[in-house]
Design a protein around this ligand. Structure first.
Ligand SMILES: NC(=O)c1ccc[n+]([C@@H]2O[C@H](COP(=O)([O-])OP(=O)(O)OC[C@H]3O[C@@H](n4cnc5c(N)ncnc54)[C@H](OP(=O)(O)O)[C@@H]3O)[C@@H](O)[C@H]2O)c1
Length: 314
């Protein structure tokens, strides 16, 4: 029998597609920790990849079920989806084609029937509102928009999660994707999210067919403020190198993937004014129409603050 939540409700069974990826692995863990019967679609060849093989063992030992398959294997995908109430995708953004592979997931969900909620792979900025993107971000986020449109048109019950930059990516590098860790002596300055929220959202009628924003007001933090917070933690001033927009644009053009993508999104969010993306949708961070705010729906959740996160890095 399926496990029950504290309120005695049966917990949905969850299939994570892309669970061996950087973001997907945290979704798998969040699903297991929330008590959902959890399955992970894994590509057979990935079982032989160092690092991922160990991850799969860890999933199994925590109680997740591994289902061998591939988005390109339609029949296998339909069979895996038939076992799930909720399908969460965390496929990567290595190319527009990888993002659009999710259109095959939609077809499989329609054929399988019975899926109560689909969460497409987003977990970033609210892509429909992004206008000033440099390549390759423009094409990749354009593919995310096309997937959004297809999800909405399909009639499949869904929730889209928009978490802006994930804490674990930008905060440890003080906003610089090229840095390997927290700054110690110097810092280069160009111009958040809790995946556990996803597990609350997939069972919540208030997030059905909505875009769920994760934007704790206390975490709205400029890079200047972030750096001065870090300086006060390490007790010294950092030597600062400022990169102008023209130089950043050149850097985007000459950098390899994924750095060019990360810098292009950084350019849009920090330099070209797209930091106000969520402001366009929610003037005060409040829920409006199609968009709902996680901190309002789940006020009792512990949203880690920027300061708490930086404390953990010391
Ligand atoms: N907001 C942020 O700061 C932020 C940061 C990073 C990512 N993101 C977003 O999070 C999402 C996931 O990104 P990521 O970096 O975690 O991606 P990733 O590490 O590249 O992982 C991609 C996952 O998709 C799986 N996959 C790809 N093609 C597949 C196929 N044909 N069949 C089955 N599985 C397939 C991969 O499986 P294998 O292991 O077999 O390759 C892997 O598990 C993306 O939407 C991305 O834009 C947001």
């Amino acid at each position: 029998m399926a496990p029950k939540s504290n309120s005695g409700k049966m917990l949905s069974s969850i299939l994570v597609i892309g669970g061996t990826g950087n973001v997907g692995r945290h979704l798998v863990t969040a699903s297991i920790n929330a008590g959902h019967p959890t399955a992970v679609l894994v590509r057979p060849a990935t079982a032989g990849v160092s690092g991922k093989a160990e991850l799969m063992e860890a999933f199994k030992s925590c109680g997740a079920r591994l289902v061998y398959g591939d988005i390109d294997d339609h029949d296998g995908l339909v069979a895996a989806i038939r076992q799930a109430d909720v399908v969460i995708s965390a496929v990567g953004h290595s190319s527009p084609e990888e993002v659009e592979s999710q259109l095959k997931i939609l077809v499989a969900i329609q054929e399988a029937g019975g899926v109560k909620r689909f969460v497409p792979s987003e977990y970033g900025c609210d892509v429909e509102l992004a206008e000033h993107m440099l390549e390759p971000a423009r094409s990749i986020l354009g593919a995310k928009v096309r997937v959004r449109e297809a999800v909405k048109a399909s009639g499949i019950p869904h929730t889209i999660i928009s978490s802006n930059w994930l804490q674990g990516f930008l905060l440890p590098r003080a906003g610089n994707p090229e840095a390997s860790g927290p700054p110690n002596n110097s810092v280069t300055i160009f111009g958040d999210g809790k995946l556990q929220v996803a597990m609350k959202a997939v069972e919540d009628p208030r997030t059905l067919n909505k875009i769920l924003h994760l934007r704790p007001q206390e975490n709205l933090c400029s890079v200047d403020k972030l750096i001065s917070l870090w300086e006060s933690k390490i007790g010294k001033a950092l030597e600062k190198t400022y990169v102008c927009e023209e130089e950043l644009v050149k850097k985007v053009q000459v950098s390899p993937f994924p750095l060019n993508f990360q810098l292009a999104v950084l350019h849009a969010t920090l330099v070209a004014g797209e930091a106000n993306l969520t402001d366009k949708a929610t003037a005060t961070g409040a829920s409006t129409g199609e968009r709902v705010e996680a901190t309002e729906l789940y006020p009792d959740m512990n949203y880690m603050t920027v300061e708490e996160y930086l404390d953990g890095l010391q």
